[in-house]
Design a binder for this molecule. Structure first.
Ligand SMILES: [Zn+2]
Length: 487
């Protein structure tokens, strides 16, 4: 077939395509502008509306389906969502006109947290879920999808969001057996009733089909790896909400680690007296620096003096805020930091425990925090007696204050706290949970091992997990800051 003849009239089209028995086949470097008549040449537009150069998906299940199939490709599409709009970009789909029983799917959803699907744009659904919102409604953005051999990558506005290397014989839970690479169609579909999805320019480039299969050298296929694979497939939100850029660790490195292992990150600066962030301007500067990054933006509130250093408006910019009970002043006026033996005083262990529980109650009932982290931490000198000192009565006092103040409980991977017994009691009382590492540098990110063991043993489900409050509904705006420091 003489390719030039087929497309002689399309000077705007960069490269060429050939026709097979199945319809048009995209070849290397094909560019398509939606609208201008071309969208209908390559896509079945079905009942979606066309307005100028833009396709509008208004009703649930409105879709466009490619007339061609692709195996290795790059798809770049400009999209615009309005409030309540959820959709999917499916690829390698089955053989029918809009068959979606096989292949993978990328989420399109820019709603605020706790609204719409918890999965946000760029999520490689059920394989490498993304829960971080990187774009907002009412704004054009670019979604890019690349499949090279067994390597799938999604990008939002050129930032990589999810990636996955399909292994040989990939494990799949029941119902997801068809989620494998093949040669298939692309389907852009709306899945919610509310809102609209607008589709602007679409560019597709088909790669050579002989692309190499990459061996995944980063993912570790041990019991933790299997658990992470399973949790992604079950739609359980695996998020390390307690990451720090310490020891020279960059946001690109921490995101790369998360993508490889199969979870998302929340990143926090340490904010408080004698910490890197001590006022509104440094708190705002950190937020601005992180704004476009595919991580949750968190604030770690340090010591008890933090409430005097920052204003509610700046605090409320952050997705969530958290604190621990490792810095406080005892009954003799000694400001203690429990992880530093020289600054910790345990005159009498029962008295110390009563003081500690009292401090936790005061903090979590008065400070407008979302998550209690490094929970139930004990100083080294008494840490060996954790199970004896954390009596059921003390556990229940902490659990009560968590429930009454809607504070989530971190299951901390680095310190391996709280105990399984504590988590089980908290779950029974209706407490929400987060997973967190609290890395001290650039070599101890781990893989949430302890946290994953505990959620399995305690039977924690996706419904038990915390998500950040939507903007405008932040605790610090509703509850305000305490009039004086809590201890
Ligand atoms: Zn921390």
């Amino acid at each position: 077939m003489k390719l030039e003849n087929v497309f002689s009239g399309l000077s705007a089209v960069m490269l060429v395509m050939i026709f097979t028995a199945c319809g048009p086949q995209i070849k290397k470097g094909e560019s398509i502008q939606a609208g201008k008549g071309l969208v209908q040449r390559y896509w079945n537009v079905n009942n979606a509306a066309l307005r100028g150069d833009t396709v509008i998906l208004g009703n649930s299940s409105d879709r466009i389906v490619s007339k061609f199939k692709v195996r290795d490709f790059m798809l770049s599409v400009n999209l615009f969502t309005t409030q309540g709009a959820d959709g999917t970009l499916a690829f390698h789909t089955g053989t029918g006109e809009d068959g979606e029983d096989t292949g993978y799917s990328v989420m399109i959803n820019n709603s605020d947290y706790r609204q719409g699907s918890p999965e946000k744009t760029g999520s490689l659904t059920r394989i490498r879920n993304n829960y971080v919102r990187t774009v907002h409604d009412d704004k054009w953005f670019n979604l890019r999808l690349e499949v090279r051999g067994n390597h799938i990558c999604t990008y939002v506005n050129d930032k990589i969001i999810s990636e996955y290397r399909q292994p040989n014989n990939p494990a799949r839970v029941e119902g997801l057996e068809g989620m494998i690479l093949s040669d298939g169609r692309l389907v852009l579909k709306k899945t919610s009733n509310a809102g609209q999805i607008l589709i602007g320019d679409i560019r597709i480039e088909s790669f050579d089909t002989s692309m190499n299969m990459e061996i995944d050298t980063t993912f570790i296929s041990d019991s933790t790896g299997e658990m992470l694979t399973l949790l992604n497939q079950l739609g359980f939100p695996v998020i390390d909400y307690h990451g720090h850029l310490k020891g020279g660790l960059t946001v690109a490195e921490i995101c790369s680690h998360g993508r490889a292992m199969g979870y998302n990150y929340g990143i926090a600066p340490n904010c408080g007296l004698n910490f890197p962030v001590t006022n509104d301007s440094s708190l705002l500067a950190y937020y601005v620096e992180m704004a476009d990054e595919p991580v949750f933006k968190a604030m770690q509130c340090e010591g008890r003096e933090w409430i005097t250093l920052f204003s509610p408006e700046v605090i409320a910019r952050y997705d969530y805020i958290f604190t621990d009970a490792m810095t406080w002043t005892d009954h003799k006026g000694r400001r203690m930091r429990l992880w530093i033996p020289e600054e910790t005083f345990v005159d009498q262990e029962q008295q110390f425990m009563e003081m500690l529980v009292g401090k936790i109650e005061a903090e979590l009932s008065q400070e407008p925090v979302d998550v209690y982290v490094n929970p139930t931490y004990l100083p080294e000198i008494i840490a060996g007696d954790y199970d004896r000192l954390w009596t059921p009565e003390r556990m229940d006092r902490v659990i009560k204050v968590l429930v009454e103040n809607d504070v989530a409980l971190e299951i901390n991977a680095r310190f391996r706290i709280p105990s399984l017994a504590f988590v089980k009691r908290a779950k029974a009382a209706g407490v929400k949970f987060t997973l967190g590492t609290n890395n001290a540098g650039n070599t101890d990110l781990g893989r949430l091992e302890y946290s994953l063991q505990v959620i399995r043993k305690a039977g924690i489900t996706a419904e038990d997990m915390f998500f950040p409050r939507p903007s405008g509904d932040k605790k610090v705006l509703i509850k305000g800051l305490p009039a004086k420091i809590t201890g």
